[in-house]
Design a binder for this molecule. Structure first.
Ligand SMILES: [Zn+2]
Ligand SMILES: [Zn+2]
Length: 326
């Protein structure tokens, strides 16, 4: 994580924590500090046309502060933490997940800029023998522990705060899940302990930290699927048309995690060439309307959607599609 990102994060966390403490049951909007890209040179970036509010029914949600037109780019978002999938490990940039033309035997970066941004966490990661942890995750087909591993290296190197995901909603965990996580934690800890990483750099790494982070990653991480092609082609598509092959990694973001779910969403998230997400309007949105994304494959039938949402995200969907039995 860049230092600019850390700064943004700190500004984010504090107003929300205050709100949670004092306005827990109130509808109370607050402003945020993310900006959208502005193509005109020498101009200040524009704030995106949204605000995050607390609602009585769904907790927090994201609402339009003005009318947004179909196809509009609402904002972009850089990840708090991201990691390539095992299968993409050697053919995407290890930092931004951009596809690379040459497949190497080692990890690669697409540019000096990415190498520089990865420098801190990578300097810790390089000093550790991860084979036991990696082998376990590969065998079990686990992807989220890779994000925890990267975050641990980011925190140990000072590139991120140990609390940087605290603002996100954690998943409810069963005893069985917790036991599994405790195993992973022991493996991660033993990998890190067998190195010259200093004890004080590792003080954050407790079982509670590991489980808390993983519980948040479980329901807030996005599967990054590069749409490729022309940006303009994606303006009106209901769902970014990508196949499973296009999945290059997983990532956790701040603002995109605040959007609630709808099986008939009015916005979607697309990735064009790397892990930086773009949130785009799928139809015209009026001022004050809530912006919602679809967490799952919207083409599934109602029963399948309800099951996945309940088991994966812990809620029963009551969007208009589900209410009308679509
Ligand atoms: Zn890159
Ligand atoms: Zn629904």
């Amino acid at each position: 994580m860049s230092s600019a990102m850390c700064l943004r994060l700190r500004r984010w966390v504090s107003p929300f924590k205050k709100l949670q403490l004092h306005h827990n049951n109130l509808l109370h909007p607050f402003s945020y500090y993310t900006t959208i890209e502005n193509n005109k040179p020498n101009q200040q970036p524009l704030p995106p046309p949204i605000q995050v509010s607390l609602t009585e029914s769904t907790g927090r949600g994201v609402f339009a502060t003005r009318r947004i037109g179909v196809g509009d780019l609402i904002h972009t978002a850089k990840p708090l933490v991201s990691h390539p999938t095992y299968s993409s490990l050697h053919n995407v940039c290890y930092f931004c997940l951009k596809k690379l033309s040459n497949k190497a035997q080692t990890i690669q970066f697409c540019s000096n800029e990415c190498r520089e941004q990865a420098k801190d966490f990578y300097s810790v990661e390089e000093r550790v023998d991860w084979s036991a942890y990696d082998e376990y995750c590969r065998k079990q087909g686990l992807k989220y522990p890779l994000l925890v591993k990267r975050l641990a290296c980011m925190v140990a190197s000072g590139a991120a705060s140990a609390e940087c995901l605290d603002i996100l909603q954690p998943a409810r965990l069963s005893t069985e899940m917790i036991l599994k996580m405790e195993n992973e934690f022991s493996l991660l800890k033993s990998c890190l302990m067998n190195t010259d990483v200093k004890d004080e750099e590792m003080a954050f790494l407790t079982k509670q930290w590991y489980i808390g982070v993983l519980a948040r990653i479980r329901i807030n991480s996005f599967r990054v699927e590069l749409a490729g092609g022309l940006y303009e082609d994606l303006f009106l598509s209901a769902v970014a048309s990508v196949d499973a092959e296009a999945s290059v990694g997983n990532a956790v973001y701040m603002l995109p995690s605040f959007y609630n779910h709808d099986c008939d969403p009015n916005i979607h998230i697309v990735w064009i060439e790397n892990v930086n997400a773009r949130l785009k309007a799928l139809r015209d949105i009026e001022q004050g309307e809530e912006l919602r994304i679809c967490y799952i494959d919207a083409s599934l039938d109602q029963n399948a959607r309800q099951t996945i949402l309940f088991e994966g995200f812990g809620f029963r969907c009551s969007c208009s599609r589900c209410v009308y039995g679509d």
